[in-house]
Design a protein around this ligand. Sequence first.
Ligand code: GUN
Length: 283
Amino acid sequence: MTAHTIDGNALSKQLRTEVAARTQALKAKGVTPGLAVVLVGDNAASQVYVRNKVKACEDSGLHSVLERYDAKLTESDLLARVHALNQDPSIHGILVQLPLPGHMDAQKVIEAISPAKDVDGFHIASAGALMTGMPGFWPCTPFGCMKMLESIGYDLKGKHAVVIGRSNIVGKPMALMLLQKNATVTICHSATPDLKAMTLQADVIVAAVGKRNVLTADMVKPGAVVLDVGMNRNDEGKLCGDVDFEGVKQVASHITPVPGGVGPMTITMLLVNTLEAAERAAN
Ligand code: GUN
């Protein structure tokens, strides 16, 4: 079997067309969805990420502002900026790019964002809403994974999903989203004694560790769906995921590539969340 590749660029394009149409409809009512992206310091990867986020907003007709601050900015000055953005009616979503410089308490900064504007879905109010099935913003990467499963018409009810990784940003919210769709969910992590024994039972595997070749073909049940959240570099310096794509695609029924899989979906779901925040504010 050669797996069907789930194309994150194509799905993103389709979803962003829908975002653009909904944005135009909201603009016609006098509301332009607005995202504020806050970057502190000069982390090279973060600079690329925030540029891509701002550009994606522009391309879909959303308003966006990029606020850049020196790495020496104090935590209290950053908190003051977040409070000001909370009060700014032209801003519906606030994203503080992580990591923050070491002298700042990232969780404290995230908790300062109004939950109504927490389009990253990192606030504990958002995490609690996801856990209890209440309305709130879902973290963009696992949300994008759910959209990818939806795009192939996959019914999770009664299926066994194995999530590899337990981060607050991907692994844990991913598990809750899969559970909400009635999957039986196992979370594996660095202290799981026999990862292969777990993944071999899985109908769906989400790899979100940040390490190459965490998942190889011998660990995958024939016909499983494999989503790769990893972003790594191989020995030649090329972008690769956590999954041995060439091997696993011979066993899986569906697989996401890196690049061009989950990555573009993350930014797309940020646009969706920002639009949703603006629609909620408008109503
Ligand atoms: N750093 C890496 N990914 C993300 C993300 O999705 N949101 C924020 N705020 N920071 C990040």
